[in-house]
Design a protein around this ligand. Structure first.
Ligand SMILES: [Zn+2]
Length: 243
């Protein structure tokens, strides 16, 4: 899609973003969505970037920076990791992030989080980390994580803005509105720490069964749809005691 067309479409659904201050005297939670080789490392698999991608590399760098801050504060962090059973396809996508594969591991900039006491790792076999947090006994690891840690504000980062990140935000907003996530107040999507993949129309046309997916526009749409559910879209995050 040419940039002038993207600009025209973006003007039809303008996205106002906020500068968000995370209260240092309350518990803030951080959710990392699928920041793994299979979606972020060049050439790592069927859904990995084919060449270096600025939106994705900036998302990784900024997410690692935010994760460091949360770990220094000992605030709770949950990392969702796409991990599929080899016999369970996730249509319309080709096989990706199979359990035990290199694709299904955190990127090097975030591998250190696995050793941190405040970090919960959740491997999921579906798009949506909320749905993927249900345990066989019917309880939900994410819901219990919010409640047990008394999380008031939730910061969400990761990939893909318009797929796994959005699905998780949609489920979380519905659960919050139903009263399942007390005391959670705010769900904040940090746009600079979100990214999606690039599969422009002229490439998709030559690839069997791949949907066209212009990166910049779909990233914008993903953020916009999260805002439609009531999430706060932030382009700046800082720490303070005034909220
Ligand atoms: Zn997947």
């Amino acid at each position: 899609m040419v940039s002038s067309a993207i600009d025209l479409l973006k003007k039809e659904i303008p996205l106002e973003q906020e500068s968000v201050v995370l209260a240092e005297d309350a518990v803030n939670g951080l959710v990392l969505v699928d920041i793994i080789h299979g979606f972020c490392t060049v050439g790592a698999g069927n859904l990995a970037p084919r060449e270096p991608n600025r939106q994705i590399s900036e998302m990784v760098e900024e997410s690692a920076r935010i994760a460091r801050i949360f770990c220094e504060k000992k605030w709770p962090v949950m990392a969702f990791i796409d991990s599929h059973q080899p016999n369970k396809p996730e249509k319309p996508y080709p096989p990706h992030c199979i359990v035990g594969s290199h694709e299904s591991n955190l990127v090097p900039a975030l591998q250190w989080v696995e050793k941190e006491a405040n970090v919960t790792i959740r491997r999921k076999d579906c798009f949506d980390g909320y749905m993927g947090s249900f345990l066989p006994d019917g309880s939900n690891l994410f819901v219990d994580w919010i409640k047990n840690n008394h999380i008031k504000s939730l910061l969400v980062v990761g990939i893909c803005t318009d797929i796994c990140v959005l699905d998780f935000v949609c489920s979380t907003m519905s659960a919050k509105n139903l009263g399942f996530l007390h005391p959670l107040n705010d769900v904040v999507l940090y746009s600079r720490s979100c990214a999606t993949f690039d599969n422009p129309l002229h490439v998709a046309k030559n690839t069997n069964s791949a949907l066209p997916h212009p990166q910049e526009f779909m990233h914008h749409v993903g953020l916009y749809m999260a805002k439609e559910r009531g999430a706060i879209i932030a382009n700046k995050i800082s720490l303070g005691t005034n909220i």
